[in-house]
Design a protein around this ligand. Sequence first.
Ligand SMILES: [Zn+2]
Length: 453
Amino acid sequence: MVRGVRRIRLHDTRTGDVADLVPRDPGRIGIYACGPTVYSRLHIGNARPFVVFSLLKRFLAREGYETTLVINVTDVNDKIYDAARATGQDSASLAREMTAHYVADTDRLALGRPDHEPLASEMVDGILALIASLVQRRHAYAAGGDVYFRVRSLPEYGQLSHRDLDQMDQGEGVEGAALKEDPLDFALWKAAKPGEDTTWESPWGPGRPGWHIECSAMAEALLGVGLDIHGGGIDLLFPHHENEAAQTLAAHGRPLARIWMHNGMVQAAGDEKMSKSLGNIRGLADVLDEFGRDAVVLWLVSGHYRQPLAFTSDALAQAAASAQRIRDAGRRLQPGPPSEELTALREAFFAGLADDFNTPRALAALWDWIREANRAAGAGREQLAEMLSVLGLDNLLTIDDAAPHEVVALAEQRARARAARDWAEADRLRDELREHGWEVRDGPSGAELIRTA
Ligand SMILES: [Zn+2]
C-alpha cells in the first residue's frame, strides 16, 4: 500500500478549524487519548472516546500509517479515595478492581486494546521529574507540601480552550486556596492528607500527583513531545487539557500535540449530559447486554464524533436492525469482483473518513454501496468487509456470529437429541430452526448454522 496518499483532515480544537494531518515523523502517527478514572464501572458515555480513537487508529493504519494509540488509566484521584472510603475498601484495591472491569467491559467492544494503557500509579517517577523541571523553570512553586502551576507565568495559557483568564475555575474548590499565589493556579502535587492511603515520597514531602500532570508525563514518555493527535471528551477541554498543554509547553518550550480532537458527549433523555452526578447513566456492560456489541458500535459511529449523541432505546434498536441489514446484504453478495459503481462508493466511504473522520458520511456511502449491490445482484464481499473492518464491524459478514441466542439454544438441543439417538426429536428441532430462518449443516468440524431467510 502506498503510504499516506489520501489527504486526511481533522478538526483541531486549538485553531477551531480543520487541519491536514501531517505526521511529526513521516509515516507514523501517535494518538494519546485521555482514559477513565477508575472509581466505578464504565458508562456508555465513557465508551465513546474509546471507540472513536480505536477506530481512528484503524482507519489511519489502513491508510498506511504506523499508528500507536495510548489511552491512560487514572488510578490515583480524589474520586477514587472518596469511592473507596464509601465502601470501606482501600483505594488501591478499588482502583485495581475497577481497572479490571474497565478492561473486561471494553474488551466486549471487540475493537482490540490500545497499544499502551499506562496507569498513573506506575508513572510517578516521570511525573516527579516533570514537576521538578516546572519548579526549576519557575512555572511552578511548592507551598505547604503541595506544588502548584503558576498559570500567569505562561502567556499561552487559555489558547486551547479559548477562555479568558477571568472565566476560569480550576474546579479545585477551597482545597489549597490559602496556599495558592493566585486562584487560577492548579495543583501538580498534593500533600498526603489523613485518610488517603496511596501516597509516594517526593522532594516536597509525601503525597500524590494532581490529575493533569499524569497525562503530560505519560504522553511525553510514550509518544514524545509534539505528538500527532491528542484526544478526549469535550468535557475535558478545560481545565484538564488546557492544563496538560500548559505543563508540557512550560517544561519543554514545545507544544504537547499537533492536533487536539474532542468528541462530543453522550446525552441522556432531555439533552442532558450523562453523568454520575445527574443519576442518568447507563453502564456500558448493561447496554452491551441489552443491545449487543454490534448495535453499540454501529450506534456510536452513526453520529459525527464532534457532535453530541443521544442515547435512546430507539436509536440502539435501530442500530441493531441496521446491523442485521448489513448481515443480510453480505449473504446476498455474489462471488466475483465489484462493479465500478461499487468501487466509486467505496471511495466515497473512505473520503468521508478522511474528512474529519466523518463516520455518518462514510456510513451513508456504505448504505449506498449495499443498495447498489442489492439492486445489481452485485459482487464485492471483500470490498464490503474492507469498509466494515475500519468501523470494527467486519464480523457482520461472519454468519455464525449472527445466530441469536434462541437459535443457538435450539441447535444445542438438537445436538443433544442426536447424541441420544433421538432422531425424531432431532428432526423436529431441525424443522423448528428452519422456521426461525436457520439451517443446521453437519460438517466434519461439527454442526454449522447457516441463515436461510
Ligand atoms: Zn488526560
